[in-house]
Design a protein around this ligand. Structure first.
Ligand code: HEC
Length: 159
């Protein structure tokens, strides 16, 4: 059977497409029905959180950080429970990121204190020796852009 497939490119391609389609349906369809809905207890972002997301976007933090923990042992051990699609129900746009020059940040709020973050943003090497993350001193002078955050929250609601 397999030698037959290996010798016939046409049937090999056909078998491949069928196998891929079936696996796709099995993997993808359930997401549309259950996990794409907001997880229980998930609330839309507050104005402050929206302003924070705006900073994250403006500063390009997503160029070095992801916010998506994949269901692999190594990731779960390092970053915490893997991410569920329902957790992103109010994320527009998604900030998953595709590069990890720095670690994933999806659950960083569970492990670090506000004081740690303040020190780290002001001068990363003061808390993580040898860190290559840039310092964000200007964020300590500039006020949050609440006008954009309000506009953003308004748009989210209409969506
Ligand atoms: C040039 C790449 C780069 C950019 C841009 C960047 N980071 Fe980082 N970040 C890193 C690296 C590398 C680390 C790991 C070393 C460290 O903890 O400082 C890190 C660590 C962190 C940590 C600590 C994570 C942990 O689990 O200890 C936080 C929080 C963080 N970054 C937030 C941000 C935010 C917010 C921004 C945007 C304002 C940002 N980073 C922009 C590279 C970057």
């Amino acid at each position: 059977m397999f030698t037959f497939l290996e010798k016939n490119p046409f049937f090999f391609t056909l078998a491949f497409v069928v196998a891929f389609a079936v696996a796709g349906v099995v993997e993808i369809l359930p997401n549309f029905f259950k996990s794409a809905r907001p997880i229980e207890g998930l609330k839309p972002y507050t104005i402050l959180e929206t302003a924070g997301r705006q900073v994250y976007i403006n500063e390009g933090c997503y160029n070095c950080h992801s916010q998506l923990i994949r269901p692999f042992q190594a990731e779960v051990q390092r970053y915490g429970a893997y991410s569920l699609s329902g957790e992103y129900a109010y994320d527009r746009p998604f900030l998953w990121g595709s590069r990890r020059i720095g670690p994933d940040l999806h659950r960083v709020g569970d492990v670090r204190t506000t004081a740690w973050h303040e020190k780290h943003m002001l001068d990363p090497t003061s808390v993580v020796p040898g860190s290559i993350m840039p310092a964000y001193k200007h964020l300590f002078k500039k006020d949050a852009d609440f006008n954009t955050a309000f506009a953003e929250a308004y748009t989210q609601r209409s969506l």
